[in-house]
Design a protein around this ligand. Structure first.
Ligand SMILES: NC(=O)c1ccc[n+]([C@@H]2O[C@H](COP(=O)([O-])OP(=O)(O)OC[C@H]3O[C@@H](n4cnc5c(N)ncnc54)[C@H](O)[C@@H]3O)[C@@H](O)[C@H]2O)c1
Length: 439
């Protein structure tokens, strides 16, 4: 059988279109890693790729006929653009952030937005390890001197990291990876996390931040930006740190009080620091970078690139494309940042095996029709849907429902029936935002 999961896509326009996978149009902008295009093409979708970002009317023009839009951080997709692209079923942000898309408007339009928040975990962890070694060897200062023609051969102030104590603040995805890598280098690892998290290897949890700061030779921050973590490392905390220790911040710029850190570095209370994130960062590569930390010895400054590797880009491409393909093929919204998340059974990875119960190329269970229905989250919508399905004489085999404050998303698996009639009648429910039917 051909790999064509036929989908009845009900658009907000009065036209009901039934079309196979090769009619699904994917528009990818901003040089998204080619793995994404490959995955869409393997599904049989039409893929169009643009190297640059598109803005305003040009973006609307390009996206108007698309069912799937993939962008990175430079393309702004706001309410007016969304309203002008009624065919758009879903948007993929092939990056971490999603503030380039009007998420509320997309939620209200039944357009799930997906991103990839954790694909660069390993990249950040590896840079952190590199920085620990670089700080202990004053590597960056030595390299800068060499480029300036200065040959300063000396062992003074250079140390091995083996046997040193690393204090990890925030033992989540990145912090725990750093822990594993650091132990492999012979470091002793302590960590502090407000959540109860299990140690990896021989790492030891500290009861308080101060306890960790007092014992660590290197402190590495891996917490999110919250009200509690804002300036969680200030003058008092730095005073608690060991003399001659190091501070690394690859987390968020708000976490460290830069003035207090700069003072501690000038006074030689700390022996060095590495920072990838700053309270204020240039918004583009053409803006200069200003900071009190510029020019200080043994301070590694990087332009928010801890997670920026080609491997992370590829992993983002696979992650987001997989989520988009699942939504198109079976309606799953798990991982979406705006619409209610409905996790559907039989969702093996796109690159892995398929649902054994499905027809080839489809992720909908065999001998079933699947109704995907976004509606305004007000009482009574489900009973209206049930009544319609009962009227056409179809049996409901499975039902999945999730809601957020404004929108409900229900997925119904029904016996094969008159799909066009069901879709038409569901669309006539006043609270309906969008209906699709898959089989
Ligand atoms: N520099 C970069 O390019 C880059 C790339 C990716 C992630 N990040 C940042 O790295 C940080 C960590 O990311 P992650 O994926 O490991 O997040 P995560 O959510 O997996 O882990 C964060 C951990 O911090 C803990 N935590 C929260 N508040 C705390 C507090 N007040 N004190 C101690 N622990 C606290 C949480 O319980 C959690 O275990 C985030 O801020 C993220 O934005 C930066």
């Amino acid at each position: 059988m051909a790999a064509t999961a036929h989908s009845h896509i009900c658009l907000p326009s009065p036209v009901l279109t039934s079309f196979p996978k090769d009619k699904i149009r994917v528009l990818l902008l901003e040089r998204i890693h080619p793995r994404a295009g490959e995955l869409f093409a393997a599904e049989g979708f039409q893929v169009e790729q643009h190297a640059g970002a598109l803005e305003g009317e040009a973006l609307v023009e390009a996206a108007r006929e698309s069912h799937v839009l993939g962008i990175r951080s430079a393309s702004q997709f706001r309410t007016p653009a969304l309203a002008q692209c009624p065919r758009l079923l879903t948007i993929g942000c092939f990056c971490i952030g999603t503030n380039q898309v009007d998420l509320r408007a997309a939620n209200l339009a039944g357009v799930p937005v997906f991103n990839s928040p954790f694909s660069n975990t390993r990249s950040v962890a590896e840079l952190t390890i590199a920085e620990i070694v670089a700080l202990y060897r004053r590597l960056v200062d030595k390299a800068v001197q060499m480029h300036a023609g200065v040959w300063d051969k000396s062992a003074a102030g250079a140390h091995e990291v083996r046997g040193r104590t690393l204090g990890i603040v925030g033992y989540g995805r990145i912090g725990s990876q750093v822990s594993v890598l650091a132990e492999a280098m012979g470091m002793r690892v302590l960590y502090f996390d407000t959540a109860l998290v299990l140690p990896h290897g021989n790492a030891r949890a500290m009861r308080t931040l101060d306890e960790l700061l007092a014992q660590a030779d290197v402190v590495s921050l891996h917490v999110p930006a919250t009200r509690v973590t804002e300036r969680m490392i200030g003058a008092r905390q730095i005073a608690t740190m060991r003399p001659g220790s190091y501070l690394i911040n690859n987390a968020r710029g708000s976490v460290v009080d830069i003035a207090a850190l700069a003072a501690a570095l000038r006074e030689k209370k700390l022996a060095g620091a590495a920072l990838d994130v700053f309270p204020e960062e240039p918004s583009s590569n053409t803006e200069p970078f200003a900071s009190e930390l510029r020019g200080l010895g043994n301070v590694i400054l990087t332009p928010h690139v801890a997670g920026s590797t080609e491997e992370a880009q590829e992993s983002i491409a696979v992650d987001v494309a997989t989520k988009l393909i699942r939504f198109i093929n079976n309606g799953s919204t798990s991982g979406s940042v705006n619409v209610p998340q409905v996790e559907l059974p039989g969702q093996e990875g796109i690159e892995g095996s398929r649902d054994q119960g499905s027809e080839e190329g489809s992720e909908v269970p065999a001998r079933r029709h699947r109704v995907l229905h976004f509606h305004r989250n007000v009482p009574g919508v489900l009973s209206k849907m049930h009544a319609i399905i009962a009227e056409v004489g179809a049996n409901i085999a499975a039902e999945y429902l999730q809601t957020n404050a404004e929108v409900g998303y229900v997925v119904l698996d029904v016996d094969p029936t008159d799909a066009a009639t069901i879709v038409d009648r569901l669309r006539a429910i006043p609270e309906t935002i969008r209906v699709r039917m898959l089989w």
